[in-house]
Design a protein around this ligand. Sequence first.
Ligand SMILES: [Fe+2]
Length: 383
Amino acid sequence: MKTKYYRINKKNIDKDRALTFSIYTSQANKLALLYKTHSMITQKDIKSIASIDKLYISAEDVQKYKAYISDQTNTKKVPQRKNKFFKVNQKSIDVGDALEFSLYTVVEKKVSALFARGHTITRTNKKELSLCKKLYISGKEVQNFKTHVAQKIEKQKAKADIRTISSEITAILEHIFQTAETSRVRELFPLVKLLTKYLLSKRFQLQKLKELLVYEYTTQTHSLNVALYAGLLGKELKLTLSELNELILSALLHDVGKTKIPLKTLYKVEELSEHEHKELRKHPTMGFSIAREASVINQKILSGIHHHHERLDGSGYPNGLKGEHISLFARIIGICDTYDAMSTNRTFQDSKKMFDVLLEMKKDMQGKLDGELINTFIKLKTA
Ligand SMILES: [Fe+2]
């Protein structure tokens, strides 16, 4: 059955508050995910929401949205009435938490202290908390509470499995590529670290990673595929933890410059005109600038983005670099990019197996792509 969506009022979205539902917007007559459940809405997000025409939620989130608004009403009312107390959710407090703020409740219409700052929550305390209908913190400690919630979200993310990490990455990339809002690039940094950690962990399984590869071509799924291949190749090449982090980020962002290319050029089915070709070939340089604006200063990361279309024989773009002048990151990403484009191409997908595509790529791109790196890739794909 098709999911129903309901329009919501953007004024109901609060700054510095985590969402309890997902928000969608309309893009080219389709609904696109804008923020996932649990996303923390910042001042920047509020600004970007203000520029969006219509917001929607799915039918299954309607109750959560109503609860979110009603919580908001309470939060707004309480400080006005009590002057300096804010309602908080008891789910934000767990067993073992050492409180950096005091917790209050209401007993006989009066605010009464429950646990003082510095207290560590026990199992019994947690039960007591769940019985409290309303829980408050003092206005002076709001910042401490926000930090507490932010740390909790980080911890939850650290536990997240590879599927959650990759879907969060895809959602951010989807937003970046659909809205050209490149300020969200920074949100990828912590997720990349989690992805690298997973690749190097004992939990890592090639099969599980292969299941994440998407064969339906969009720029965001292609970017994630390229990052996964690059991560595998980098691991095989025994890159260090920080180099792997850098390589994966570079691969995720390799096509970010395409956000500046007109969509009609990017998705044109017919052959591109000379002018359109010229425009498209600007994307590595544009991507380089976008990454720098997002405070990426690492030269290896930047070179991977800037030079992923350079070819060893000098036939690539934008600078026609040759051989050793093309960095390792750019050579790795160039291979993974070509491979993913070939294996997701509709004409190849059904008839060619992964291994055949690799061999074909090695033959076709001889002298252009790094043969030794392709050999490492071939070993890996057949593992
Ligand atoms: Fe590209």
